[in-house]
Every structure is written in C-alpha cells, then in structure tokens.
Design a binder for this molecule. Structure first.
Ligand SMILES: Cc1cc2nc3c(=O)[nH]c(=O)nc-3n(C[C@H](O)[C@H](O)[C@H](O)COP(=O)(O)O)c2cc1C
Length: 201
C-alpha cells in the first residue's frame, strides 16, 4: 500500500540550529549586553548564534512603516536566517522597551512560525515585560516557550569587568529554557518546510 506523504517529505532539521539573540536595551549605560553575552555563552555549544544588539541597529523611519513591515531593514536578512530567537529584555514601566517594539514591527514574515524564548530582567524579574512580549509575538505566529527566565536585580551579579555571573539556579533555568527552545526550533523548521499552513496550498 502506498500512502501520500507530500506534506511529510522528511525532516528539514539541522543538527545545529541558527539562533538570533536579540539584546533589547539601547541605553548608553545599559546592562543588557552583559546578560546577552551570558545567554550566547550558554547557547554556543548547541547552536550557531547571531547576537543582534539593538543599539547597533538603525531602523528606517517609522513614517515608512506599513502593516506587515515596510522597506527591508538592515537586519531583515539576519532575522530571516534565524530558526529561533532569544529576546533579552529589561522591563521599562511594566513592559518591554520601545526599541524592541520597533524591531518587531519592522519585520513580519521574518518572524513567522519560529520559536522564541525570553530572558527578562528587572527589579522583580521583568515578568510584566515578558508577558507583554508573549502576546505581541503570538500575533506574528511566533511560538514562545512555556519556560522563560526572569532575572531579579541582575545588576547585583555583575563582576568588575561587566560580566554577568548569576547563581547556579539561573544557569539551570537558562539551560532548561534553551533545551525547550531548541526542541521547538527542530519541530518548526521541519514544519515550515513540510507542512502547509491552514488556508495555504
Ligand atoms: C525608563 C525605565 C523604566 C523602568 N521601569 C521599570 C519597571 O517598570 N520595572 C522594573 O522592574 N524595572 C524598571 N526599570 C529599571 C530597569 O530594570 C533597570 O534600570 C535595568 O538596568 C534596565 O536595563 P538596561 O540597563 O539594560 O537598560 C526601569 C528603567 C528605565 C530606564
């Protein structure tokens, strides 16, 4: 007996997923890069990592923005190339920074049907920023992991050279979160290749 497998043409997964780590804060004396570097270090054995520091990204003027994006930004190709995302974000006034919202709004298909996790931080772990970000990412068909990481007062764990050196619990939490992200990356990379979305041929 033969079975039609046109939508199951075999796994498209790669052993080493391509993950973009997005460092959201653009303040002059921000601590975001310290945490982003820590995340990159944790990912590096299992992934090819592209660190996108929003302080180094110039997006087009918002007057050019359209629903679903606008002119291609200078980082559109890097977001497109990623199979998964880690958003490293502080909490500002109960949410995530405007710099990150602009990056999200300036792209559309580049995000779709990919997984993301969130490393938030703030006085009490940045969970308001994390949960606000989840809702926005859902609109872009980005699947966020169940596990996320909320770091409380991470500035207490900065070494003299600016390195972020948290306790063992944070490292274990990050490892579990990354494992979940990589599982989703494999699943969704395969799905984007082999499974038509509802309403698409
Ligand atoms: C504009 C602004 C608003 C903030 N609002 C919050 C907040 O709502 N909750 C919180 O826990 N921390 C808040 N903070 C404190 C930040 O968590 C802290 O300054 C952190 O270092 C910011 O990350 P960054 O240094 O990478 O920019 C705020 C900081 C700024 C600059």
């Amino acid at each position: 007996m033969t079975t039609s497998t046109s939508h199951l043409a075999g796994p498209a997964t790669v052993a080493t997923p391509q993950i973009a780590v997005i460092s959201a804060s653009v303040r002059a004396d921000r601590m975001c890069p310290s945490i982003a570097d820590w995340v990159v270090g944790a990912l590096t054995p299992d992934a090819t990592v592209d660190l996108i520091d929003l302080a180094e990204v110039t997006l087009p003027d918002d007057s050019l923005l359209y629903p679903g994006g606008g002119p291609k930004s200078e980082v559109a190709g890097r977001i497109e190339a990623a199979e998964a995302f880690v958003f490293v974000t502080p909490e500002y006034n109960h949410s995530y920074p405007a710099s990150l919202k602009r990056l999200i709004d300036w792209h559309y298909s580049e995000w779709e049907l990919k997984p993301a996790t969130i490393v938030g931080y703030g006085v009490y772990g940045g969970h308001s920023a994390i949960e606000h970000l989840r809702g926005v990412l859902a609109e872009l068909s980005v699947v966020t992991t169940r596990r996320v990481l909320g770091l409380s007062q991470p500035w207490e764990h900065l070494s003299e050279d600016g390195g972020y050196t948290p306790d063992e619990g944070a490292a274990r939490g990050l490892a579990a979160t990354v494992a979940e992200l990589i599982w989703w990356a494999e699943v969704l990379t395969d799905a984007r290749t082999n499974r038509p979305r509802p309403g698409q041929s």
